[in-house]
Design a protein around this ligand. Structure first.
Ligand code: ADP
Length: 576
């Protein structure tokens, strides 16, 4: 492969060149000291000052950001000008450092010139014409002076001749070797850049794709979830066992789809940098207790005891919701992989700068070689058949990203057959005096994914309101929500647009409002307007949009993200 001259990488940019230039300046200073013994001392030091000054000027010039921003051909031209000036000055050294009749000093001068010429040849990689000109500039004036004035010794002249010849041969080889190595490196860099660009473009289009379909995917999943509850109620009313089994089957599939959708969307959002941790002082113990309570039914069914040794009063700087999701996943896994009769222990260590929150089990454990891989996406050990009942292999990948977003980490310690200890590290936070701890935890629990169908199979909702204004433009979602609310004994008036919502504003005590309405109207504005006339408002969004979440928090509006399960909706209505 051949490369156009101007396409070649700048030789001056390499660290190797910079260090060799420092070495050269050191040699020149040494030369100045040596010549000061045979010449008036001002002469060699003035010579050194000029050459060091030229070098410094060039260093300052080429390291300025404005110079680095220039196109490559222009940069190269400047490098060349400096090189020719320096070479000419080096070559004319014979007028400053020539000591007539002093063989050792003449030998030192010649060695210096030849060394300098070699360095230039190496930097000119493969450019034979320029190498020759540089050589002539460096060595010719002194050689001519030796010849014209008669060198101090014939031996010196002979050594010079042999040295020059060897130097030329070496330079040709060096230039060729350097040329091919530079080209090789350049080619590799170009390929790596092309691959990196392709990967970045793929990542970007993946993130864009998921951002675009996120809202549209959530809508039908959300609607199916809401339809399931009245469907089960109907099946139970008719006592039709086959229908009940079918609805429960749909429920299971819906849960799997809901899990997969939220986890994949979470991952893509984190990859595209959209997700930010909302870091607040968060008390750990109430979160652990609530999660253990939530997992108690599953643990009981698996014959596993879950014990917390987390003391109250430990505060971490964390995003409560992220911490809940991470810990929930660790408890899920610990219970899933524990043998019947086993114990899962949640403990808290550290506390000076970092907390170490540990979830230990006495289950199957993980082999050393697999321990790093379990934090990768879709990695499951011993589940080649990809049995969905055993999870998706995304929980720990998400947990790892959450931990990093919270300036913490998550690690595993385990051995096959000896259980597993997962440790979440988080920065310690000071307890905020004004926030009661139970309130903080409760505030964050409402968004934990809940069960769609309650254990008993029937809801007995306790709701103080009767009439609900539903502002939703998606007919599927509106139908499902209406059906569900009606099955809870509520009366629903459905409107589709912001204008209709304002016309029907007087209806009922409660409004459920979609965050994205037709004609670019903002559900948030409608919700605020409805609240201003004394209504209780629940905002539901199909997008996991950080700005909306912040705005809702700022206005103290209750916000749920689709897909919302029936229990989540119920608990939100009860809270209101
Ligand atoms: P999922 O549990 O949904 O499959 P995770 O990302 O949570 O996905 O876990 C990935 C894999 O790590 C699991 O499939 C399992 O092989 C392994 N793993 C996680 N936790 C444990 C544990 N406590 N004991 C043994 N293996 C575990």
């Amino acid at each position: 492969m051949t490369l156009a001259r101007d396409e070649r990488p700048d030789p001056e940019d390499s660290a190797h060149t910079v260090s060799s230039l420092w070495a050269l300046r050191a040699c020149e200073l040494l030369c100045a000291f040596m010549f000061a013994t045979a010449l008036p001392w001002q002469q060699p030091f003035a010579w050194f000052a000029v050459i060091a000054g030229l070098g410094a000027l060039r260093w300052w010039h080429v390291n300025r950001p404005s110079f680095k921003a220039l196109p490559k051909p222009r940069r190269k031209r400047v490098y060349r000008i400096y090189m020719w000036v320096l070479m000419s000055y080096v070559g004319s050294s014979c007028y400053f450092l020539y000591v007539p009749g002093n063989v050792p000093m003449q030998a030192v001068l010649m060695s210096y010139l030849l060394g300098n010429a070699t360095l230039i040849a190496v930097r000119l990689t493969g450019d034979v014409v320029r190498t020759t000109i540089a050589l002539c500039l460096a060595v010719l004036p002194t050689s001519l002076r030796f010849i014209v004035e008669g060198a101090a010794s014939n031996t010196l002249l002979m050594l010079m001749g042999i040295g020059g010849l060897l130097m030329t041969i070496t330079m040709v080889f060096l230039s060729r070797a350097q040329e091919s190595s530079v080209l090789h490196q350049y080619e590799q860099r170009r390929r790596a850049e092309a691959v990196a660009n392709a990967v970045a473009a793929m990542g970007l289009s993946k993130s864009r794709f998921f951002a675009a379909v996120s809202h549209d995917l959530r809508q039908p999943v959300h609607a199916i979830g809401l339809y399931l509850v009245p469907l089960l109620a109907m099946a139970q009313k008719t006592q039709d066992r086959a229908a009940i089994r079918a609805v429960e089957g749909i429920n299971q599939s819906w849960r799997a789809l809901d899990d997969l959708l939220s986890q994949v969307l979470d991952l893509t959002r984190m990859d595209s940098g959209v997700v930010k941790a909302d870091l607040q002082p968060t008390e750990i113990a109430p979160i652990v207790s609530s999660l253990i309570l939530q997992h108690s039914a599953v643990a009981e069914a698996a014959g596993v005891r879950v014990v917390s040794l987390v003391r109250p009063g430990a505060w971490a700087m964390a995003d409560g919701l992220m911490l809940i999701r991470m810990l929930s996943n660790l408890l899920d896994n610990a219970i899933k992989f524990s043998p019947q009769g086993g114990t899962v222990l949640v403990a808290l260590r550290g506390g000076r700068k970092r907390w170490r929150l540990q979830v230990r089990d006495c289950g199957v454990g993980i082999a050393k070689g697999a321990q790093e891989r379990i934090f990768e996406e879709f990695v499951q050990i011993d589940n080649e058949a990809r049995d969905r009942q055993r999870g998706l292999g995304l929980g720990l990948a998400i947990a790892k990203r959450f931990a990093l977003l919270m300036n913490g980490n998550i690690e595993v310690r385990s051995a096959p057959g000896q259980g597993c200890c997962m440790t979440i590290t988080l920065p310690v936070a000071r307890r905020p005096d004004e926030v009661p701890s139970a309130e903080l935890a409760a505030d964050r629990m409402d968004t934990v994914p809940g069960e769609l169908l309650p254990q008993s199979g029937r809801f007995v909702p306790v709701l103080s309101m009767r009439d609900v204004l539903l502002v939703e433009d998606d007919s599927l979602v509106a139908g499902a929500t209406q059906e569900l609310l009606t099955s809870w004994g509520l009366r629903v008036r459905h409107v589709e647009t912001a204008d209709e919502a304002m016309r029907e504003a007087a209806y009922g005590q409660l409004a459920i409002c979609d965050a994205r309405l037709p004609h670019s109207a903002s559900g948030l504005d409608v919700a605020l307007a409805l609240r201003a006339i004394g209504k209780k408002v629940l905002l539901i969004s199909g997008e996991t949009n950080a700005a909306l979440r912040e705005a809702a928090q700022q206005h103290q509006l209750l916000l749920l993200t689709k897909p919302v399960s029936a229990p989540q909706l119920l608990s939100a209505l009860q809270t209101l």
